[in-house]
Design a protein around this ligand. Structure first.
Ligand SMILES: Cc1ncc(COP(=O)(O)O)c(C=O)c1O
Length: 358
């Protein structure tokens, strides 16, 4: 089943070379809302607003090339934290984004089914790798695909497929030489037991884990592919040496081993998300999904609310937000901290909102 008017469709018609518009562009937000109160609150991402505390970096980390032993230590820490079979199954990269076309290129060109609505870069990456891209809604719609890509939990709706369902899909794909890519960018806050990181020995499953979202350090650019060693070796070769910077190696190894911070943060995000839901419901929005790193809410007048807030007389009360043609707006108002309206590309009338850290 194809989705309608989604960002995926834009890629199919606009070409994989076209950059997609993403949230988080504060420069664009400032141009859109000149004179808005600062700091802006960026609700367009699923990045933890309370980042892992940065260690004090030695200047040598910046002066020297990244150390191969530090890369090994990071791979071992990631294998332990994510439950991968071993460090040999872990490929460290400067964020998962750069891995998307490389992973899509691990299988022969053919039909790629992408479970949607989802992070639109997957469709662009699959097209870049030479696949014909087919947005689908359900696992049962993936028949005939040689490559299936699923974000689990999904962005923006938080949908989670069970491990059993995904393993059955991988088995089915294996029979026809196909591959399953599971993007677990938000699995740090996903349901226990849903990750496929321990199942990658199957050789046709690749799992992606994003460091920047849960640890709140997206600018560090760190992410991982977890795959059978034969695939991991190919991905490492494609990335080449020194793909991950020295400071990213240093903070990654520390953060991934910090189980106290990880547990405390999971609990805190859950509490924040519940609090945000209460505010949203109180404000008349219908919360329809998400994870504790972002919420998805429905609000029919999202676009008109956004336009209204661009009125010069209201600017001083606008705090912000989004830098996307899909727009989100936060208003600082007495009592409730935020009222939001937004439109998420491809999901008509839905708003993508992130949990408040305060
Ligand atoms: C589902 C999903 N996967 C992957 C990414 C890329 O994340 P990063 O490159 O920072 O690891 C994003 C970014 O928003 C995302 O939402």
């Amino acid at each position: 089943m194809a989705t309608s008017a989604s960002a995926t469709d834009m890629i199919l018609t606009g070409g994989a070379d076209e950059p997609l518009v993403h949230g988080g562009d504060l420069g664009a937000a400032r141009r859109l809302f000149p004179g808005a109160v600062e700091p802006f609150i960026d609700l367009s991402t699923g990045i933890n607003p309370n980042p892992y505390p940065l260690p004090r970096f030695s200047p040598a980390l910046y002066a020297r090339l990244p150390d191969p032993d530090a890369l090994d230590a990071l791979s071992a820490a990631a294998a332990r934290a994510y439950g991968a079979p071993s460090a040999a199954h872990v490929v460290a990269a400067p964020g998962t984004q750069i891995l998307l076309p490389l992973v899509a290129g691990l299988v022969r060109n053919g039909r790629a089914a992408i479970l949607t609505p989802s992070y639109p870069e997957h469709a662009r990456a699959a097209a870049l790798a030479g696949h014909s891209v087919h947005p689908v809604r359900e696992i049962g719609d993936c028949g005939g695909a040689g490559l299936v890509i699923d974000a689990n939990p999904n962005n923006p709706d938080g949908r989670v497929f069970t491990r059993t369902a995904l393993l059955a899909l991988a088995k089915d794909l294996c029979r026809r030489g196909g591959m399953l890519v599971v993007d677990e960018a938000f699995m740090d806050v996903g349901p226990p037991g849903a990750s496929l990181t321990a199942d990658v020995a199957a050789s046709n499953i690749v799992v992606l884990r994003s460091f920047g979202k849960f640890f709140g350090l997206a600018g560090t650019r760190l992410g991982f592919a977890i795959a059978a060693p034969v695939l991991a070796t190919r991905l490492r070769a494609a990335l080449g040496p020194w793909a991950v910077s020295g400071p990213a190696l240093a903070v990654g190894v520390k953060a991934l081993a910090d189980s106290t911070w990880i547990e405390r943060t999971r609990r805190r995000l859950e509490k924040d998300a519940s609090r945000l839901d209460a505010i949203l419901v109180d404000s008349g929005l219908d919360v329809v999904g998400g994870t504790s790193l972002f919420r998805l809410a429905r609000t029919e007048p999202a676009q008109s609310l956004f336009n209204h807030l661009r009125e010069p007389s209201l600017r001083s009360r606008c705090s912000i937000i989004f830098a996307n043609r899909a727009c989100a707006v936060a208003v600082q108002s007495s009592g409730a901290r935020w009222y939001l309206g937004a439109r998420f590309p491809g999901s008509c009338g839905l708003a993508a909102l992130r949990s408040s850290g305060e």
